[in-house]
Write a protein that binds this ligand. Structure first.
Ligand SMILES: [Zn+2]
Length: 354
């Protein structure tokens, strides 16, 4: 995620903090300072935010480690003012696995709350207002926040964990796409309720409403495209007749007739054999350095990575994402057969959904 600082690595997973989290710290510190006119109060406020932040990291680790148990690695955990995001390499396909991965996060907060209750009882604090607030304000606040985190995360609305739980449960009886649609609808209905609640003196609810509404829509869209791609092979979504170039063409010749089209990357092909790829950026760079008269063959990297036409589309897209590739040449039985690009993929999705 952009604009994030790496804080460290836990259980092999990078932990990042988004810069907006600093705004939250500053806001809490300043408002405590203003309210109580004491630096101690401000420090306590910031300390509480940092403790909550640790609870959220543990929550996300709950998701990540459960996913790892099912063989799904986590790329990173990012902390935002509204909570954390564990970016899994992929979502579990089995609804039962999704159910456990989703439940594992809130379960961590339940455990933390239980530990805090035990500590408070051990300190002889009776959990009744207002004496408890005076005796152990920090631990009590942390307890209430953890209970709040469980309730908030278990709301049956995407992108909250409760939305995933709801979908996983629905997927027992319905197909995955239908289950997602229903869970997304429930989430958006919930967002409308939040927005209405915002008019009753809780403007924070507006922010949550927007976040939930967009999250639900994004999830529904993602699942729809994932279902459209499921079972498809690369050959279904590739452009079978992309422009190809020969290694003995000069860059000037190539530029002449290629600069105008929409294609960005050009397979270099001889007798149906893929030699390499020339990307538009490389072409421009070479032209800028006065290499217009040189041959294509001198300007391509030796990396001959390609997908097979029979490979699963989803797997190849994942590979492209990991390597930051914008297009993938496709071969079959040693012959060049096509090019997978965002445009050809979009075309395929439009055909399938239409
Ligand atoms: Zn969660």
């Amino acid at each position: 995620m952009n604009w994030s600082w790496k804080l460290g690595r836990l259980a092999g997973i990078d932990i990042y903090m988004h810069w907006t989290f600093l705004l939250l710290l500053g806001y809490v510190g300043l408002s405590d300072l203003q309210e109580n006119h004491s630096l101690l109060a401000a420090a306590q406020g910031i300390g509480l935010v940092l403790a909550v932040f640790v609870c959220i990291v543990l929550h996300e680790l709950g998701h990540a480690l459960t996913a790892r148990h099912y063989g799904i690695p986590t790329r990173e955990i990012t902390l935002l003012p509204i909570g954390g995001i564990a970016r899994l390499e992929r979502m579990p396909d089995d609804p039962r696995q999704e159910l456990w991965v989703a439940l594992a996060g809130p379960a961590v907060n339940v455990v933390i709350a239980a530990v805090l209750i035990a500590i408070l009882l051990g300190l002889g604090v009776v959990l009744q207002m207002p004496e408890a607030v005076l005796k152990a304000p920090f631990l009590l606040s942390l307890l209430i926040i953890n209970i709040g985190l469980v309730i908030f995360n278990m709301l049956p609305a995407f992108p909250m964990d409760g939305g995933r739980v709801l979908r996983a449960l629905l997927a027992h009886w319905l197909d995955y796409g239908r289950a997602t649609d229903i869970a997304a609808r429930v989430g958006q209905g919930m967002a409308v309720l939040f927005a209405v609640g915002g008019f009753f003196g809780m403007p924070m609810l507006w922010l949550i409403a927007v976040f939930v509404f967009l999250g639900a829509a994004a999830e529904a869209r993602q699942v729809r495209s994932r279902l459209l791609m499921a079972g498809a092979a690369v050959r279904d979504a590739m452009n079978p007749q992309p422009l190809t170039i020969r290694p003995d063409a000069t860059l000037l010749q190539v530029a002449d007739h290629l600069m105008t089209g929409p294609q960005r990357d050009f397979p270099v092909v001889v007798d149906d054999r893929l030699i390499g790829m020339l990307h538009r950026a490389e072409l421009m760079e070479a032209l800028n350095h006065g290499r217009a008269g040189t041959y294509v063959g001198e300007n391509i990297a030796g990396n001959g990575e390609a997908a097979d036409a029979a490979d699963m589309l989803v797997g190849v897209l994942e590979r492209m994402g990991q390597r930051g590739m914008s297009s993938m040449p496709v071969t079959h039985a040693g012959r060049f057969v096509g090019l997978l690009t965002p445009e050809s993929l979009g075309q395929y999705m439009k055909l399938r959904s239409g």
